[in-house]
Ligand binder design. Structure first.
Ligand code: PLP
Length: 374
């Protein structure tokens, strides 16, 4: 399998430049690690480390002090193991049939999310005559992965029969981003009761929002993801430091006469003469199509020559337009860069215009950008 080189596309050829600030990533991890101490702070690096690049981001997190990592898939675990030979790595999506041997070879710990997976890992360990480590995931209200609480109670009652090392008991919060949501309190209470049935087994409940929600949620291990990468974890808290900056290249600047329209569907009309800059990126680069504008609806904004300018018209696959009429003439030229994401405009602002969430903006960051690791 060939992977694109770290920098991806050469800068001169790329429609945009994506900069990943590993110093900010490390600072965000240390910030959360400080808040959850004495609990351990892990790092969730699934989805190519939320679009920031698995290898480089995981290396930075390791150097900041993270020792436990969560990926979604075995394939991500394999890449991570190559980079971090000594990390503890959990695979969240569970144990797919036939992957037991690969987990053992790569020293990956499956997060077992059903009685069938538990039986499978137990049998595999029995066949080897060793007790390999794994996590057990218990569902407390998400209804996604995990044992039903009654199944977890049954597992606790027959604990001596478990044929593997139960290294972690975990559950996942569904609504912790919304402060005061009643499901969060119920999940906490249920998980606390379940954890008591497994004395001596480390417990983990908190995602980013949980990590930022006080000590009740921290248990033994916190599992932050999005907050590390500068996304908003709780509706009532500002994000930590931004990690990604996205600059898009201006392909050309053009004048649009009054009464003409811009882009597909003729969705945006120039009521007066407008000057627009055409940017060399679009929804194929992960920019949400819904962040464009029409005559009925405002779109996202980008920063040009220090000033916010609105997107105008629909976003195309590889192109989009911004309205630069408010800027003095000749301040902007073809080849200049426009900032779509950065210190002033975060992933959550773009997400709001695109009717999505910061997570989706991050994990959709395109493969056609020139990537710069700062
Ligand atoms: C993705 C994920 C996390 C991290 O969630 P964030 O909201 O990004 O902090 C933690 N635990 C599990 C099980 C997950 O799937």
């Amino acid at each position: 399998m060939s992977r694109p080189p770290r920098a991806g596309i050469p800068e001169a050829e790329a429609g945009g430049i994506l900069t990943i600030d590993l110093g900010a990533l490390s600072a965000n991890w240390r910030d959360i690690a400080g808040r959850v101490a004495p609990a351990e702070c892990a790092a969730v690096v699934k989805g190519d480390a939320y679009g920031t690049g698995l290898e480089s981001s995981a290396q930075a997190l390791w150097e900041a002090g993270a020792r436990t990592f969560f990926v979604a898939l075995l394939s991500e675990g394999r890449r991570l193991r190559e980079r971090l030979p000594d990390a503890v790595i959990y695979v969240l999506n569970g144990l797919f049939a036939g992957t037991e041997e690969s987990h053992r070879e790569l020293r990956l710990r499956p997060v077992l999310g059903s009685l069938a997976e538990i039986a499978c890992w137990s049998d595999y360990c029995a066949g080897l005559g060793t007790r390999l480590p794994a996590a057990v995931h218990v569902d407390t209200g998400m209804n996604r992965l995990g044992l039903a609480p009654s199944e977890a109670v049954g597992l606790a009652e027959t604990r001596e029969e478990i044929g593997f090392e139960l290294a972690l008991l975990m559950s996942h919060l569904a609504c912790a981003d919304e402060p005061g949501h009643p499901l969060t309190a119920r999940q906490l209470e249920d998980f606390r009761a379940l954890a008591k049935l497994f004395p001596g087994v480390p417990a983990s409940l908190a995602n980013s929002a949980g990590s930022l929600s006080g000590t009740d949620f921290h248990f033994d291990l916190a599992r932050p993801g999005v907050a590390l990468y500068g996304g908003k974890a709780r509706a009532d808290m500002a994000p930590l430091r931004p990690v990604v900056t996205l600059e898009l290249r201006i392909s050309q600047v053009r004048d649009v006469h009054a009464g003409e329209t811009i882009g597909y569907g003729a969705a945006a009309t120039a009521r007066e003469p407008r000057r627009v800059a055409i940017l060399a990126a679009g929804y194929a680069d992960g920019i949400p199509r819904l962040a464009g504008s029409s005559d009925a609806r405002r779109g996202a904004e980008a920063i040009v020559a220090g000033q916010r300018c609105p997107l105008i018209g629909r976003i195309s696959m590889d192109l989009m337009a911004i309205d630069i009429t408010a800027l003095p003439e000749d301040t902007v030229r073809a080849g200049d860069l426009v900032t779509l994401l950065g210190d002033e405009i975060g992933v959550d602002e773009l997400a709001r215009h695109g009717e999505t969430i910061g997570y989706e903006i991050l994990t959709s960051l395109g493969r056609r950008y020139h990537r710069r690791i700062a």
